[in-house]
Design a protein around this ligand. Structure first.
Ligand code: NOJ
Length: 566
């Protein structure tokens, strides 16, 4: 039986789980739960916490890569697609995780990296042996006159995308780290080999794949220079949503996703609404849904990530609304999120992680879960975990953050200025170990964790579990509501008061009811007039709703969903 069917039979006795019925959770395995005392989270640790996840109410678990890897990019540099990295456990551990999760109605979604491998992968090691080697053409090679590069594209991790191999007098392309060479998707042998990899994992009964940087697979074969007119014109114009991408995705779907009935979520960086609809409209048979990132760039001044920036609420609302409406009308499907392992946590970024920490966490959750799409909770969001706020560059292990720091110093920033930018923008902020309880290392590990928190934080799962008003209890209630309300799952979306710079409010509508989702994004007490209707609260992060006539008074970071029938 296909996993999707098995999973849904378990949950609600229908034959195929619908996208709208999914609430997903993301695990960054290094930081979730260590079981063998080496300071690094692992698969048995995840299995141990399955009951916790079941109680939270989620039914899909995305786990970032656990394949064998030298770890230059924490697992996104795969050296063997067919092996579990010993740091995370064994293949038996993985099989047990899949079956234990399935027994609880939870599907496992593997993270699959099809754009690049590690330079340690035997395909690349063979490719280095010479132009006649059958694996040479598995990667993308170019030549250039002495002292020049094949083109001016910039790597996502800083510097050129081209790395010179003197023995071959050729450059290979790496959109990410230089230890992560890009695969040549023009070569049918590459595609066949990768489909075989995907089938191997599908045969294990997983529920689906999260497909890493999937819209970068097809490069413009002319490899032209980019203009650098804006920070975005850095080469990505020629590989984002590239010429053959839809053809490649339909092939993946036909060869692997459809035959196994797998759920798929594509990581779609710098894409457009039009392309997202093409990728995720079921009629096109490409992907089930997509992560898009435009709302994650509202605090990039002039498009620059590595600079201090402020959230601008009307801009954030406009972007979210455009994507909601655009995908609703185009039949596309979004994966919803505020944070992940590549983003600082949303709390400080959009709200307040200090005095109003729990109210803020709950308000963000209400806004996310109210939207049209599949909500993803990133580990720790459900206990309002904060950013790492490291005060020394030595604390950072992430290559992207360290490269950015070096670049900032080169551009003339002082060490203090560069650190302040990292504290706000580094993805390592969201990679601190989970805070389970008050024992050593917050119950994450008996050993010093691989990434050591600099500040002690009492927000733990154990404390939250003992408190009925905690953010954890709130998440459980919200997830339950999401599973039981059809308007949240599939109602129409409309943004209210786009220019309001303090309140985020929108409406979801079905044939039987209208829901108003409202959140105060400030620490002021605010009043807003509601549209016509008799409303009652179905969920809120404050005990009592203050509604007098049609005037709603909102406490700092108060958020709620109001219902009126039609
Ligand atoms: C996106 C992943 O989420 C990120 O962590 C990684 O660095 C890049 N892809 C490269 O694989």
């Amino acid at each position: 039986m296909h996993f999707v069917e098995a999973l849904s039979t378990n949950i609600c006795e229908v034959s195929i789980i619908k996208l709208q019925d999914i609430v997903a959770y993301q695990i960054y395995p290094r930081s979730f739960q260590d079981s063998n005392g080496d300071g690094i989270g692992d698969i048995p640790g995840i299995t141990r916490r399955l009951d916790y996840l079941k109680e939270l109410g989620i039914n899909l678990l995305w786990i970032t890569p656990m394949y064998r890897s030298p770890g230059c990019d924490n697992g996104y540099d795969i050296s063997d697609y067919y092996a579990i990295d010993p740091v995370f456990g064994t293949m038996n551990d993985f099989d047990r995780l899949v079956s234990q999760a399935k027994a609880r109605g939870i599907g496992i979604m593997m993270d699959m990296v099809l754009n690049h491998t590690s330079s340690q992968h035997h395909w690349f090691q063979e490719a280095l042996k010479g132009k006649d080697n059958p694996y040479h053409d598995y990667y993308i090679w170019k030549t250039a006159p002495k002292g020049q590069l094949p083109n001016n594209w910039q790597s996502k991790f800083g510097g050129s995308v081209w790395e010179y191999v003197p023995d071959l007098d050729e450059y290979y392309l790496h959109l990410y780290g230089r230890a992560m060479p890009d695969l040549n998707w023009e070569n049918p042998k590459v595609r066949t080999a990768l489909f075989q990899v995907m089938r191997f994992w599908a045969d294990k009964g997983i529920a689906g794949f999260r497909l890493d940087v999937i819209n970068n697979l097809s490069k413009d074969q002319r490899f032209p220079n980019d203009t650098f007119a804006t920070p975005q014109d850095d080469g990505r114009n020629f590989y984002t949503d590239g010429p053959r991408i839809h053809e490649f995705l339909r092939e993946i779907n036909r060869e692997v996703l459809a035959p196994y009935g797998l759920i798929s979520v594509g990581e779609l960086s710098s894409t457009t609404i039009e392309n997202t609809n093409l990728y995720t409209n079921p009629a096109r048979q490409e992907l089930s849904m997509g992560f898009t990132f435009h709302h994650m760039k509202v605090d990039y001044p002039n498009g620059q990530k590595w600079a201090l920036g402020m959230n601008d609420l009307p801009t954030l609302k406009r972007i979210i609304s455009n994507w909601q409406v655009g995908t609703m009308n185009g039949g596309g499907h979004l994966a919803l999120f505020w944070t992940n392992h590549d983003q600082p946590r949303a709390l400080a970024r959009f709200m307040n992680d200090d005095v109003y920490r729990d109210q803020s966490a709950q308000a963000l959750a209400i806004i996310e879960f109210g939207l049209r799409g599949v909500p993803f909770v990133y580990q720790g969001e459900e206990i309002a975990m904060k950013d790492a706020y490291f005060t020394s560059i030595d604390r950072y292990q992430d290559a992207e953050s360290r490269n950015a720091y070096a670049g900032l110093l080169q551009d003339g920033k002082s060490a203090a200025e560069a650190l302040a930018i990292l504290q706000q923008k580094s993805r390592e902020n969201a990679r601190l170990p989970m805070q389970w309880d008050d024992t050593a290392n917050h119950g994450f590990s008996s050993h010093t964790p691989w990434l050591i928190p600099e500040h002690d934080d009492q927000h733990t799962v154990a404390r939250a579990s003992a408190c009925p008003a905690s953010t954890l209890a709130f998440y459980q209630e919200l997830i339950h509501l999401r599973h039981s309300n059809d308007t949240l799952k599939s109602g129409r979306f409309e943004l209210l008061d786009p220019a309001d710079g303090e309140v985020f409010a929108y409406r979801r509508e079905s044939d039987s009811e209208i829901l108003l989702v409202v959140a105060n994004f400030t620490q002021q007490v605010l009043s807003r007039r509601l549209p016509k209707g008799t409303y009652h609260t179905i969920i809120a992060n404050y005990k009592k709703t203050s509604l007098t006539g049609d005037v709603l008074t909102l406490q700092p970071y108060e958020a709620l969903i109001l219902r009126t029938s039609k």
